[in-house]
Design a protein around this ligand. Structure first.
Ligand code: ZN
Length: 234
């Protein structure tokens, strides 16, 4: 049962976030991951939003998050921020949850522009929930995928996002082409940058591999393990 995706928790008070932000600032070793390597404004507690301003969008997002949490063994809280990125962190800001996903409204609204039924937004949300899994998995994927850059962690999150999309859509080649195009657009060639998330080809390949293994019926746990092996040789 997911506590983090109920509407009440999703819209939990700014006060709760502010208190958590204080704790976050005190915890110097907090782990944070994000969706893209673009330079992003660090989120400020005042940027935190409980609603997007579009009730239909909020309902769709909550429904998507519920679907993701039915596939991934995680239980994060969710908040909006005004940003062009999305973040995951291992600090909880909502009671009864483990870790937090911060959803950048500018990013998800940009991704909604193409006519693709919100699949790219689903991909980004699943990518962030994959980081939550990495943080708290008994296999300690976040630590195991450490390296000079963020690349292995990011490609592993892309792989697991692909795994989710197969559960969400089944065989849907046209939708996958669109979402892989979005991932290609996220990639870059700054492979020495500590924020490196992978090249366009690597991001698309990781997503595609996770999608394919999921369609073949692989369990989530086995896919997470296979994903680790796969991204190391990409
Ligand atoms: Zn990421």
């Amino acid at each position: 049962m997911c506590n983090g995706c109920t509407r009440r928790n999703f819209l939990a008070s700014t006060m709760a976030f502010a208190l958590a932000a204080v704790a976050t600032e005190a915890k110097a070793d907090i782990r944070i991951a994000c969706a893209t390597s673009t330079q992003s404004t660090r989120f400020q507690r005042g940027d935190m939003l409980g609603r997007s301003g579009d009730p239909a969008f909020d309902s769709a997002l909550i429904a998507e998050l519920r679907r993701i949490l039915a596939v991934f063994p995680v239980n994060p809280g969710f908040k909006y921020i005004t940003d062009n990125n999305a973040f995951s962190m291992d600090a909880a800001v909502v009671d009864g949850t483990t870790g937090t996903v911060l959803i950048g409204l500018k990013l998800v609204k940009d991704l909604l522009k193409p006519d693709q039924g919100g699949v790219s937004v689903a991909c980004v949300l699943a990518h962030e929930c994959a980081h939550i899994f990495q943080f708290f998995s008994k296999e300690q994927y976040y630590d195991r995928l450490d390296g000079p850059t963020q690349r292995l962690r990011e490609l592993h999150a892309d792989f697991l996002a692909g795994y989710y999309l197969a559960k969400r859509m089944g065989t849907a080649p046209n939708a996958m082409r669109l979402v892989e195009k979005a991932m290609i657009d996220f990639g870059d060639y700054h492979n020495a940058d500590p924020k490196d998330h992978g090249t366009p080809g690597q991001r698309s390949a990781a997503l595609d591999k996770g999608y394919t293994l999921s369609l073949g019926g692989m369990t989530f746990e086995d896919a997470a393990s296979e994903g680790e092996k796969y991204v190391r040789v990409l």
